[in-house]
Ligand binder design. Sequence first.
Ligand code: PLP
Length: 625
Amino acid sequence: MNSEEFRKRGKEMVDYIADYLDTIEDRRVTPAIEPGYLKHLVPLEAPQHPEDWDIIMKDVENKIMPGVTHWQHPRFHAYFPSGNSYPSILGDMLSDGIGCIGFSWAASPACTELETIVLDWLGKMVGLPEDFLSFSENSKGGGVIQGSASECVLVSLLAARAHTIHQLKKQHPFVEEGVLLSKMMAYCSKEAHSCVEKAAMMAFVKLRILEPDENQSLRGSTLQQVMEEDRASGLVPFYVETTLGTTSCCSFDNLAEIGPVCEEFGVWLHVDGAYGGNSFICPELRGPMKGIEYASSFNFNPNKFMLTNFDCSLMWVKDRFRLTQALVVDPLYLQHSYSEKSIDYRHWGIPLSRRFRALKLWFVIRSFGVEGLQNYIREHCRLARKFETLVRKERRFELASPVNLGLVCFRLRGSDQLNQKLLSSINASGKLHMVPASLNDKYVIRFCVCRQTATDEDIEYAWNVITDFATDIQDEIEKIQIEETIENEEELEKKEEKNLEITDDVLQMLEEKSKKSLRYKRSFFVRMVSDPKIYNPKIVRSLPSTSKRRHTTSETTEEENLSVNSPTIDHDNLAKMLQQTNLKEFFSKVEAKYKFINKTTSDLSDRLLASAFLNNVRREEELIQ
Ligand code: PLP
C-alpha cells in the first residue's frame, strides 16, 4: 500500500468506522456464535501472496464483525464503559502514524514531554494535591501513562516492596531478602479488583483480603485492627490498596479513615480509581477523595470513563524516586546525555517500549474541554439515577447497593437462581448486555450506563426489556408451580390413599388389640384424664384426691392385666365428675387436637398415631354416650 492508496483506503476506513458507529444499533449487541467459529471462516495458514484490500474489508464485515461484542452499542450495559470518541480515535491514528517508541526522553522528546504535561493537567483536573504533580514547586511527584490499572497496582506494589526491603535491610543487614519478604504483608478489601491478588502473587508477597462494611467500603478500624495483629505476630505491613469505585458496585473505601492508619504504620497507600477516579473532574463528586493526601500513589483509567480509547491508565506518585528505585536498569545503549534533566518513563513501568498515548488524551481534553468531559460524566450519573428511580418504582425489584456514578446494582426480589435466569435470558436474547456481581453473598445484576451519547430512551428501553423478561420468567415459574401443585395434589391424594390403607391396617390391628378388653377400652378415657398433657384441667381439678387402689387377684384375667397400670377409680366421684363435665365439648376439643396434629405433622408415624388416637376418642365418645 503506497501513500496514494493509503489516502484512499484511510478515507474509506474513516467512513467505515463512522458508519459502524452510526448504525451500530442495527447489530446484535453480543455475537450469536460458538467458540471456535472463526477457524471455520478464516484459513489457518497465512496467505503467501498479497490479497486485495476490498476482499480483506469484505471479510471484516462478514467474518470478524459477527464475532464482535459491540461495546459502543446503546444496549451495552456490562462492565464499565470502554472509552471511545472521535478525537481519541484520531489521536491514536496519529500516534500509529508517527510510530515512535518513547521509552526515554531522547527516544522521542515530545512523546515524554506531552505525557508529563497532560498528566499534570489531569492531576489538577481531578484535584490531586500538588505533590503528585511534576511541575509544582519542590515536587518529587509526577504522573505516567500505564497500559492498565492492573499495571499501576503491580508497579506500586513493587515500589512499596523494594522500599520496605531496603528499609528492613538497613535494620537487619545480615538477613536474606527472601526472609524479609516472607514477613511482608499487603492489604486490600474483599471488593478490590482481582488485579491486586494477581499483583501480590507476582510480587510473591502475602496479601490479607479484608471484609468491607455493609456498604462495601473498607474502614480504617478494620485495617488498624489487622495491621496491629500482624505487627504483634512479627509481620511487616507494607502496602495497602484501596479502591474508589469498586468493580462490583462502585463503592468507595473510606480513604479519610484508612489514610491516617497507613501513615501511622508507615505503609504505601495506593488508591485505585480505575473507573471512579475519572468522576473527580466534577468537583461535586470529589467527596470520596477525602484523605487522598495520605496516598503514595493513585490511578484512574480515562479509557473507562473519559472518552479515551484503550489503553490509557494514568498513575501518579508522590515520590517518583521511590517508584523508580524498584524498576531502574540502565544499560549503556539506553543512556543519553539529558538523563539528569529529563524524565525517562521506561523507569516508571514494566515495558521498555511505549506508544505515544498522550496524544489521544491531549486530543480528547482539548476537543471536549474540561466542561465537556464533566457534562459527559454528569449525564451518565443522571441516567443511572433515572434507572435507579425505575427500579425503586417496581416492587418486584430491589436495589442491591447504593447507586454511585453510572452503575446500578439491582435484583429481582427472590432467589439467586431467579436472577441468574433473568440475566441469562436477557443476555441470550441479544437485546441487552449486562453482567452479574456478588454482593453480600447475593447474585446481583450490574447495569452500567456505557454509551458515550446514552439517552433517556436508552434507559427506558433497557428497563422495558428487563421488566418484560422478568414478567415472562415469573409467569413461567407460576405456570410450573401450578402444574407442580396439581401433580403434587394428585401425588398427595395417591399417598393419602396409600396412607389410608396403612392407617386402616393399623387401626384394624389396634381394634383387634383393643377388642381384647372392654376394660382397656373404657380405661382409655380414664388414662386420658390422668395424663396432664391432654386432659382438661377442669376435670383433673375435680378428680378425687384419694383413690382406692384395686388389687389384682391371682385369678386376674388377661383383660384385667391390661388395665393393671390404670389408676384406681372412685366410681362415685367419677360419675359425679362426668355429670359436671360437658363431655361433648371435651370430646370435640380432643378431636380437634388430633385432627390438627394429623394435618400439621409431616411425619407419617405421628400421623398414624394421631389417627389411631382420634379413632379411639370417637369410639370412646360413642361408648360413654
Ligand atoms: N480496578 C478496578 C476498580 C477495575 O474496575 C478494573 C477493571 O474493570 C481494574 C482495576 C482492572 O483494570 P485494567 O483492565 O485496566 O487492568
